[in-house]
Design a protein. Sequence first.
Length: 270
Amino acid sequence: MPVQLRVLNGFDVRVRGKSVNLQASAQRLACFLALQSRPVRRTYVAGALWPDTPEIRSGANLRTALWRLGRGGLHLVEATVSTLRLADEVTVDLRMCLARARHLVESPVDFTDSDVELMAGSGDLLPDCYEEWVVLERERFRLLRLHALEALCNELVSRGRYALAVEAGQAAVQAEPLRESARRALVSAHLADGNCGEAIRQYLDYRRVLWEELRLLPSPAWEGSIEELSARVSGDDWVTNSGQPDRNNLESGRSAVGWGTSAQLGPVAG
């Protein structure tokens, strides 16, 4: 009986399209096994899921969780005397997204239109869970997904598929607003589509957020190219008009006082 296990944007188990309710311990066990690429020892699973519990008790907790997973005729786990893994008939959305993301990073020319929807809509791994074994995998998937979205965006621009390129770039920016490579990919898509104003707006938004959050500015090379573009489009001093800090003023301040706290870097121009 085919089973769908979803761990992206939350947890869900579906059998023949219908959601199945699982108790908390059974959910945790299913999620843990979904993150494993090979069979894992029972003692390892019990120790990871109940780290502050004596070994005998954690083993009992694992047996209870396994029993709860099998209620109602569900076959989610292949269990031996010493190891556990998800059953072959269980498909996991994370595993499919990981495989496509790795492929897109290595070979973006082999993309399909469905990859944009898949990568843009996948979201975070179990966003409401903060256990260590989830947090580590969540960050690994987040970074791989960002690389895949950026590769997709750049490849779509090269193919003249600007609407899909913007969609991929926006998804990357939404996932990490402070990531320059993501914002650059989105800005490039807008420029290729002839939307200079939208490109400049995206850049200024990134510059503002980066300054407010980290007291940093975009890379000088990117700032220079955008500044030249803005001058050609409007002829204005875009930094002053946007009410944002000027790099030259900040650098002259640093030369006088040296590197220090964010307060020493000078206030935001207003």
